[in-house]
Design a protein. Structure first.
Length: 243
């Protein structure tokens, strides 16, 4: 019965977050914790779920031929290199301190996406800027046990990238980052593979549902507001856990 609950959690949050192009780990981790799963195992399970969700979304995006490889690849490469370093670094940090910093980041990013009227103008031809963004996002994502989409997406939107393009870019980068991060977590977390299977199945189904709604039901503005709402919910949940 408990594994059915894990499946339901992954299905629900993967459907929501895949519409925004983000991994589901940020929502799944605290939810699994509420169900009694250990924090490190919850991080590993949520990370793998985000991997499954973004992989499904990326496959559909490739099918629709809507991924800008030249724009997305430098970001994905930076995340690929630095997310495992962040994962290992997390072993030596007080997790409550990390959560507190991330709560501030979530509130700020959600507020900027919800209320900001002016976006920055960045020359997309400057590939090194986006590679640097990938490095920073990858390290933080690995440290927090996330695929990185919920960190990368608001950054790209604030830089003036169209919300749908930002979502597609995030879904492209997450599988690479999440894979190496998960492998890194395996070096110090005992994995419950039945839990992983239940969460992953829910994530795959949720990814298909969310991706379909993203392209056929929502405008860029709707996606922007949806992401902001999700970030607020995550911040509230994480704050509650710290009390």
């Amino acid at each position: 019965m408990e594994y059915l609950e894990y499946f339901g959690v992954a299905l629900f949050f993967s459907s929501l977050l895949s519409m925004a192009g983000t991994g589901a780990a940020a929502a799944i981790i605290p939810s699994l914790g509420m169900l009694g799963v250990g924090f490190n195992l919850a991080k590993a399970s949520g990370l793998f779920a985000g991997l499954c969700t973004s992989t499904t979304s990326t496959a559909l995006n490739l099918k629709h031929k809507i991924i800008d490889i030249r724009f997305s690849l430098p970001i994905a490469f930076g995340m690929l290199l630095f997310s495992p370093l962040g994962a290992q670094f997390s072993r030596y940090l007080d997790i409550n301190v990390v959560k507190g910093i991330f709560i501030i980041f979530l509130i700020f990013s959600g507020s900027m996406m919800m209320f900001a009227k002016k976006e920055l103008n960045v020359n997309i031809e400057k590939v090194w800027i986006f590679a640097l963004i990938g490095v920073g996002v990858g390290f933080m994502a690995g440290m927090l046990g996330l695929g990185g989409g919920n960190i990368l997406l608001p950054v790209l939107i604030l830089l003036g990238v169209d919300a749908k393009k930002a979502a597609v870019t995030a879904s492209f980068a997450i599988p690479l980052s999440a894979t190496v991060s998960f492998i890194s977590y395996m070096t110090f977390v005992h994995i419950d593979w039945l839990l992983i299977a239940a969460v992953s199945l829910g994530a795959v189904i949720g990814g298909i549902i969310g991706n379909s709604m993203m392209y056929f039901k929502l405008s860029s503005d709707h996606i922007r507001k949806l992401v902001a709402f999700i970030l607020y919910i995550l911040a509230i949940k994480m704050s509650y856990d710290l009390l």
